[in-house]
Design a protein around this ligand. Structure first.
Ligand code: MLT
Length: 310
């Protein structure tokens, strides 16, 4: 069993593969051409979010039996190409959800209290809070789009801050809403017009891509805070920038950028936007969980055993 790990995963995951008798090559940051030239040697491939697993790759991957996504979203993996070749795709949907929810809340506090901006001023040896008055969370309404694993964790945590939680998710049952103590909104517009803070937690699909755009910002409450710790493009970046310029959006905390990885986003020009480099799952705990889980799943798939997250 030969497995290529094309992005950084936890050492514990690599150890697990080796213990299970896998011949593993770890080659993070491999140029695309090189990846394509060697992929034919491997039975398994483990990726995070930067490796595009698409038709171009499948055509060169004659022996490939399993693709392991060390993480939750599988939007960088073309499912159709995998399915038609009988390649199993596995992911680790539970392993990093707490970390993603915690970064969402971290960005919420950081944006609402201008923590990075205040820190930067002091680093410049300036004791100066002017123009950086924050906003309390207590008594505010947070609108969650997507009440799945991460959205639910965000909801339960934010409740403890005395916030009202409303959510839009047509795929979640009323019972689940009730159980979480979250008010269900039937339409996105309804949610947009009522929340002070918007946070999105959906996968990136054809249906969700660009779901928050110009039209949605038109109905938003003026002074909205926007958080995106899910996927780039769920909130249209150009529309967000327009809304920031028009002061409809007062501040934003963004962990995911269109075309990432790069450090050239125009969002970086805004003083009231905090941007992090897709760090939602980047904790020791999440990476250990993800690494071990994906390693186990890939080994099971290669052995023809049952795989829970296939
Ligand atoms: C995920 O889909 O699990 C996250 O985006 C984390 C990651 O890609 O590392």
């Amino acid at each position: 069993m030969k497995v290529l790990v094309s992005e950084q995963i936890a050492q514990k995951g690599i150890e697990k593969l080796t213990q299970e008798g896998v011949n593993v090559d770890v080659k993070p940051g491999l140029p695309r051409e090189e990846l394509l030239s060697i992929i034919g040697e491997y039975d398994g491939l483990i990726v995070r979010s930067n490796t595009k697993v698409n038709e171009e790759l499948y055509q060169k991957a004659a022996k490939l039996k399993v693709v392991g996504r060390a993480g939750n979203g599988v939007d960088n993996i073309e499912m159709e190409g995998a399915t038609k070749r009988g390649i199993i795709v596995v992911n680790t949907p539970e392993s990093n959800v707490v970390s993603a929810a915690e970064l969402t809340i971290g960005l919420l506090f950081a944006t609402c209290r201008n923590i990075p901006q205040l820190h930067n001023r002091l680093k410049e040896r300036l004791w100066d809070r002017s123009g950086l008055k924050g906003m309390e969370l207590q008594g505010k309404t947070v609108g969650i789009v997507g009440l799945g694993r991460i959205g639910s964790l965000v909801a339960t945590r934010l409740k403890s801050f005395g916030m009202t939680i409303i959510a839009y998710d047509p795929y979640i049952s009323d019972t689940r809403f009730q159980k979480l103590g979250v008010e269900k909104k039937e339409t996105l517009d309804e949610l947009m017009s009522q929340c002070d803070i918007l946070t999105i937690h959906t996968p990136k699909t054809e249906e969700t891509y660009g779901m928050i755009g110009k039209e949605q910002f038109k109905v938003a409450k003026k002074g909205l805070t926007v958080i995106n710790c899910a996927r780039a493009g769920l909130i249209n970046e150009a529309a967000l920038m327009e809304a920031l310029k028009a002061k409809i959006v007062k501040r934003a905390g963004i962990d995911v950028l269109e075309g990432e990885p790069h450090a050239t986003s125009p969002l970086l020009e805004f003083d009231n936007v905090i941007v992090t480099p897709h760090a939602g799952a980047d904790t020791v705990e999440a990476q250990d969980n993800v690494g071990i889980t994906v390693a186990q799943e890939v080994v099971s798939a290669l052995r023809g055993e049952m795989v829970p997250n296939a």
